[in-house]
Design a protein around this ligand. Structure first.
Ligand code: CDP
Ligand code: MG
Length: 140
């Protein structure tokens, strides 16, 4: 076990429904610390670059249009095994499969509009954090 950092995004379906506080309470209750945070509106091109690993998937166009449709909150969560812990608190990608009490079980509207993003591995966490934050913006 080690202290890790991971990228979290509160997606447009959640920011528009005023769920930022309720979602972040779940992260904080799980022992994750928000060490960087900003509310921004992505362009479709910026969303496309962020999700480029999915460029060939059938949902890519819909996903990037959705991510640019309203503000998002991008943030860095820090804690013991933060990458896995964040994904545990988020729940499965499809809210129909998400465990009770998880963010996606409680708040997600569909497999696409599923309220939160979380990095899936140490390498992607590092890349995704660097996409949105400079070292100076990670304040602990
Ligand atoms: O976000 P997560 O890592 O759980 O899932 P992913 O497989 O990396 O997919 C990224 C995002 O694409 C999901 O969170 C959904 O918003 C979207 N997606 C979708 O719209 N339809 C799918 N069948 C799978 C994913
Ligand atoms: Mg993913």
């Amino acid at each position: 076990m080690a202290i890790e950092r991971t990228l979290s995004i509160i997606k447009p379906d959640a920011t528009t429904r005023n769920l930022t506080g309720k979602i972040n309470a779940k992260f904080e209750d799980a022992g994750l610390r928000i060490v960087a945070q900003k509310r921004i509106q992505l362009t479709k091109a910026q969303a496309g670059e962020f999700y480029k690993v999915h460029a060939e998937r059938p949902f890519y166009d819909e996903l990037t249009t959705f991510m640019a449709s309203a503000p998002v909150v991008v943030q860095v969560l820090e804690g013991e095994s933060a990458i896995a812990k964040n994904r545990e608190v988020m729940g499965a990608t499809n809210p129909a499969d998400a465990a009770p009490g998880t963010i996606r079980a409680e708040f997600a509207e569909s497999v696409g509009e599923n309220s939160v993003h979380g990095s899936d591995a140490p390498e992607t966490a590092k890349e995704e954090i660097a996409y949105f934050f400079s070292g100076l913006e990670l304040v602990g």
